[in-house]
Ligand binder design. Structure first.
Ligand code: TXA
Ligand code: MG
Length: 510
């Protein structure tokens, strides 16, 4: 098949030139077209054969549903089983625009288009070329991103050509897209609206319209390796994967640069071709084969805009080892990091000074967790409460890992604490609960075994928010267990923990 390329001026789409593309859509063919997010590969959403062709051209698993693109709100009413108030409000505020809503479907859209699901994903794009195509053809267009399955989504017509030339009828070249990352997907078929894929329209923007909005736990990086499946089928695959190995390096800028340069040096010795995803601010600081600039930290949207192009360039260059800075920017950072971490297969390194760079003072809640929660955990909690300033906003808790029933403090712990001016009147041990590990919580254990236990058992725990006390303090030996020993041994344990906590607090001071 010869793929026809039609060039269209995005600022002033020529209707005549779009006619042929409209005819292709009406007769069940495939047309790639620009949207404000990424290029889409479109076919008639009501025609199951067109949907089957889309899956075939992309090499996409047929259980991964397509998004239906519309140009008028009445089309949503035509294909959804019902249109809740929340959908009307979101459409008023964000359509046309980069937001996809999931709603229960009726029978107008075939199951082939929705990957067998009884819900349908719908979006009204704002890009002038996409709007012109939808309006002129009057076809509802099922369109996934116009890339080969597993490659970064296309942000230029050239990317579509690379992947799909010869496999589809037509590509409309409207130049570069605007945003560069796929639309935000919000599921309105669940009781609380839930973000299934982060995008330009972020949680705060949705909450302004809807009130409470959840994020699908399956897309949170902290749950990446915990078998919590994302609800959007497409988010389960390792997408956007570059051919080489990509690793994201997190941390303060100067330590990140140093860490990446160290890693690059080692890779170079191994004879590997190396690359770094950097920013305008840092591009001259790396010593690798190719530095590609994602964007400017002072304008976070530039990073979203260029990310996929940069990933594709590394493929062209044949880069084998790639490192990226981390881009937790305020507005679109969640979407950028979601795509970047997927591209990296969730390989993340935390660049730290030799010292612990954790500042306990930055957490809202510190939970000491150990054993049955009546001995070392409450002692450590008591010590930290004393070390922190009186008006400190940090909440300090102690918990056990196995607490079949609540118990009072261990008597020797109580005695040692009393002699240090700490009392926990009416104390009863409690087992650590997953809900207690909220945002801005750090869980501190006495040894690595306890830490592993927590990482395995608690979905909210992750490598970052669950640490061993001695490690945080930069000490080699783990905190001793005084259980069953003399009062003096409890005293020693108390002093050791106090020293460790003092070190942790002072290492976090500026
Ligand atoms: O910005 C975009 O949304 C682009 C442009 C072309 O509009 N399209 C796009 O489509 O990104 P695609 O197919 O690459 O991604 C669609 C995502 C997939 O993760 C899919 O699993 C999810 O939407 N999805 C579609 N229908 C769904 C449904 N009924 N329930 C849950 N997830 C759904
Ligand atoms: Mg896609």
């Amino acid at each position: 098949m010869v793929t026809k390329i039609i060039k269209i001026d995005p600022d002033n789409p020529d209707k005549e030139a779009l006619k042929e593309a409209c005819e292709i859509l009406k007769s069940g063919g495939l047309v790639a077209f620009p949207t404000e997010t990424v290029y889409g590969l479109g076919g008639d959403a009501k025609n199951r054969y067109a949907s089957e062709k889309i899956y075939a051209a992309k090499g996409r698993p047929s259980d991964n549903p397509l998004i239906v693109h519309i140009h008028d709100f009445s089309e949503l009413e035509e294909i959804a089983a019902n249109v809740p108030d929340s959908a009307r409000k979101l459409a008023d505020r964000f359509w046309p625009g980069p937001l996809t809503m999931i709603l229960p479907k009726n029978n107008v859209i075939p199951l082939e288009t929705t990957g067998g699901l009884d819900t349908v994903a719908v979006r009204m794009p704002s890009h002038p070329v996409a709007r012109a195509l939808l309006t002129l053809s009057n076809v509802m267009v099922a369109a996934p991103s116009a890339n080969t399955s597993g490659r970064p989504s296309p942000t230029l017509a050239e990317h579509v050509e690379e992947d799909l030339s010869g496999k589809i009828d037509c590509i409309i070249d409207g130049g570069p897209v605007n945003i560069g990352l796929e639309s935000t997907i919000v599921d309105l078929s669940s009781p609380v609206p839930t973000i299934l894929r982060p995008g330009y329209i972020n949680k705060a923007m949705l909450e302004e319209v809807l009130g409470e909005v959840n994020i699908d736990p399956g897309i949170l990086d902290s749950n990446a390796n915990k078998n919590i499946r994302p609800k959007a089928p497409g988010m389960r695959y390792r997408h956007y994967a570059p051919k080489g190995d990509l690793t994201v390096v997190e941390g303060d800028e100067s330590v990140v640069i140093k860490k990446i340069n160290d890693l690059v040096e080692k890779d170079k010795k191994d004879g590997k071709k190396t690359g770094v995803i950097a920013t305008v601010e840092t591009k001259d600081m790396y010593h690798c084969d190719n530095v590609l600039v994602a964007g400017d930290r002072n304008d976070e949207y530039t990073i979203a805009h260029n990310l996929y192009d940069v990933l594709r360039k590394f493929d062209e260059l044949g880069t084998e080892k790639m490192y990226s800075e981390s881009f937790e920017t305020p507005k679109i950072g969640m979407a950028i990091m979601n795509r970047l971490l997927k591209a990296a297969g969730h390989r993340v390194i935390h660049a730290e000074d030799n010292k612990s760079v954790l500042r306990l003072q930055d957490f809202r809640r510190v939970i000491f967790a150990a054993g049955n929660g009546i001995c070392r955990a409450p002692m450590a909690a008591g010590i930290l409460i004393k070390l922190l300033p009186e008006n400190s906003p940090v909440e300090v808790l102690s918990r056990g890992l196995v607490v079949p029933f609540p118990e009072p403090l261990n008597q020797k712990s109580e005695a040692v604490m009393a002699s240090n001016g700490i009392s926990f009147e009416g104390f009863e041990s409690r087992e650590l609960l997953n809900e207690e590990i909220t945002d801005k919580t750090i869980v501190i254990t006495m040894d690595e075994k306890q830490r592993k236990f927590i990482l395995d058992k608690y979905p909210s725990a992750n490598e970052n928010n669950t640490r061993v006390l001695a490690q945080m303090a930069g000490e080699e030996l783990e905190t001793m267990d005084p259980y069953g020993g003399s009062l003096a041994k409890y005293g020693l344990c108390f002093e050791a923990m106090k020293t460790s906590l003092q070190k942790v607090l002072s290492s976090g001071e500026e």
